[in-house]
Ligand binder design. Sequence first.
Ligand SMILES: CC(C)(COP(=O)(O)OP(=O)(O)OC[C@H]1O[C@@H](n2cnc3c(N)ncnc32)[C@H](O)[C@@H]1OP(=O)(O)O)[C@@H](O)C(=O)NCCC(=O)NCCS
Length: 145
Amino acid sequence: MSETNVEANDSRTPAIRVMMMPRDTNAHGTIFGGVLLSYVDQAGAIEARKLGCARVVTVAMDSVEFKHPVFVGDVLSFYAEVIKVGRTSARIRVSVEAERFEPPCEHEPVTTADLVYVAIDEHRKAIPFAECRIRDAAEAAKKRK
Ligand SMILES: CC(C)(COP(=O)(O)OP(=O)(O)OC[C@H]1O[C@@H](n2cnc3c(N)ncnc32)[C@H](O)[C@@H]1OP(=O)(O)O)[C@@H](O)C(=O)NCCC(=O)NCCS
């Protein structure tokens, strides 16, 4: 698959899809990197939560690369995948693809980032995934009673 023209009937499910608005622009009229990072962080957190712990926080955001500019009207898909699971932390890779606003509305990879999330307990201390899955399940069962 070439970098542009990523298949429109892609079967992957993005963690988030969002259309960029004029409020999201920087001084150059393209989309502000901080806006993209905010969505990147959300997408990563959504994926990290699938590991079974409700409370996760971002401890690191590494190797962010803005490969191509993003424009108002582009529809961005944020794909997230687990790269590595440790004791209390998980590394998630987020790949962002733009469906361009201007015809022919090509799909193009625009940003990638690796992030690390840590599962935390109610006191905001790191907790092993194995332990917090049990705790969360017990908490949910208690609430159902
Ligand atoms: C996340 C936090 C609870 C971790 O506390 P800590 O005392 O550093 O915990 P630890 O040293 O035991 O590290 C926990 C895990 O994170 C990993 N980690 C810590 N710092 C890291 C870094 N800079 N890069 C990658 N991994 C890191 C550790 O390797 C460990 O992973 P493992 O258990 O899978 O081996 C604490 O740093 C914190 O609260 N940070 C603020 C989080 C936040 O507010 N984020 C923004 C909003 S979501």
